[in-house]
Design a protein around this ligand. Structure first.
Ligand code: SF4
Length: 383
């Protein structure tokens, strides 16, 4: 580990979101690899129906790759700014915490790299307190409009169901952990998906996130029909926009609300879309984030070394392996691929990096965004 002084990090705020891919475009003039997401375990104490790895979770993790290889691949990325740690539940397996999670956290700490952990926050509090100093964002999914929703969907992919009492205890633990960690200064960010299940409960969920869990940020992401989420219902575009307006009406104005992967773009000729985009831009403590997948992020599996473009995994599968390839090379090859070329439009006037493949397929199957990009560049005199 390097012995030189540890770089300082600017605190995360609405003016400093290190996961925003547009930062790299501004800094380097192009899409740049700055975020690696590591899947550090396949184990979890829950089995959410909406979990990206819910159906691949196992009862025992295989051996992970040697950390020397991981450090080497990270050292090769000079532009690395953020690491995301995901699972399973990254804090579930003590073996994985000791041999994978903590070494990664320490590596990031010494390089001044921001770290997000994706956790369900249902485990005993001391596990989270133990790593608190290394975590910049503790990210939790909160899609529970009712306790019933938690006890059913939260274990939806589990064959042998735990007793109801045990499930309820986990819910209480999650709320208490979020609130205590927030009180102690951790940046806890809760994410809610917009779908048919959450739609009737958005106000209740938001209030719980803000007042009971004391989260510093509430993230809102539309749900797209990736395989893992196929049992939940996607919202039609019109209802989605109505839900966004509703959230802006009822939200706590003091809490940062981050909208990610919105299916609304400056180039779509719809006055209502443009009015909603303006409202989002002008509302205080509200930000929109470009989708990081494939724009500044690659996902690495700590056991196999396989690299995927996260949400594009379904479309594209594994694109490479870190046992043989540098991540910067993999990223360049991905950007040159026909799929990335077809999708990666860019309009500097709006800091917009276009839709991902799920958004395009779901809502804009017949729109040629590269053509839209040409029109926008002509209309607004962009380079
Ligand atoms: S970057 Fe793409 S999606 Fe965004 S405004 Fe331009 S053409 Fe439309």
């Amino acid at each position: 580990m390097p012995t030189q002084s540890i770089p300082t990090k600017k605190p995360i705020s609405i003016n400093n979101d290190p996961w925003e891919a547009y930062n790299d475009v501004e800094q380097y003039g192009d899409l740049t690899l700055s975020n690696i997401e590591f899947t550090t375990t396949n184990l979890c104490n829950m089995r959410c129906s909406h979990c990206a790895v819910g159906y691949t979770l196992q009862t025992k993790d295989p051996e992970s790759l040697p950390m020397d290889l991981i450090y080497r691949r990270l050292d090769e990325i000079p532009t690395l700014k953020t690491i995301s740690i995901t699972g399973g539940e990254p804090m579930f397996s003590k073996k994985s915490i000791k041999h994978v999670v903590k070494p990664l956290l320490k590596y990031a700490y010494h390089r001044g790299i921001y770290v997000q952990m994706n956790s369900n926050l249902t485990l005993p509090q001391d596990r989270y307190l133990d790593i608190a100093e290394y975590i910049d964002v503790m990210h939790i999914s909160h899609n529970w409009g009712t306790i019933d929703e938690f006890t059913s969907v939260g274990f939806g992919a589990m064959e042998k169901q735990p007793p109801l009492k045990a499930k309820l205890k986990l819910y209480e633990q999650m709320i208490d952990n979020a609130s205590t960690l927030s009180d102690q200064g951790m940046f806890v960010s809760a994410e809610t998906m917009l779908n048919q299940s959450t739609l009737p409960h958005l106000e209740k969920i938001h209030n719980e996130v803000v007042h009971d869990m004391k989260c510093r940020r509430h993230e809102i992401h539309p749900m797209y029909p990736a395989d893992f989420a196929s049992s939940l219902n996607v919202l039609p575009l019109k209802e989605m926009k109505r839900a966004i307006h509703y959230l802006l009406d009822i939200r706590d104005p003091e809490t940062w609300m981050l909208f990610g992967t919105l299916p609304i773009y400056p180039c779509i000729n719809d006055p209502q879309d443009q009015a909603l985009l303006n409202r989002l831009r002008e509302t205080e403590n509200v930000t929109m984030r470009n989708d990081p997948d494939g724009r500044n992020r690659l996902n690495v599996n700590m056991f196999t070394g396989n690299v995927i473009v996260t949400d594009f995994g379904d479309e594209n599968g594994t694109i490479s392996n870190i046992k043989t390839d540098r991540l910067t090379d993999v990223f360049e090859q991905w950007l040159a691929s026909p799929l990335a070329q077809a999708l990666n439009c860019h309009c500097s006037k709006f800091n917009c990096l276009g839709p991902n493949v799920l958004v395009k397929n779901m809502y804009y199957p017949n729109t040629d965004f590269r053509e839209k990009e040409r029109e926008m560049h002509l209309m607004y005199n962009m380079d």
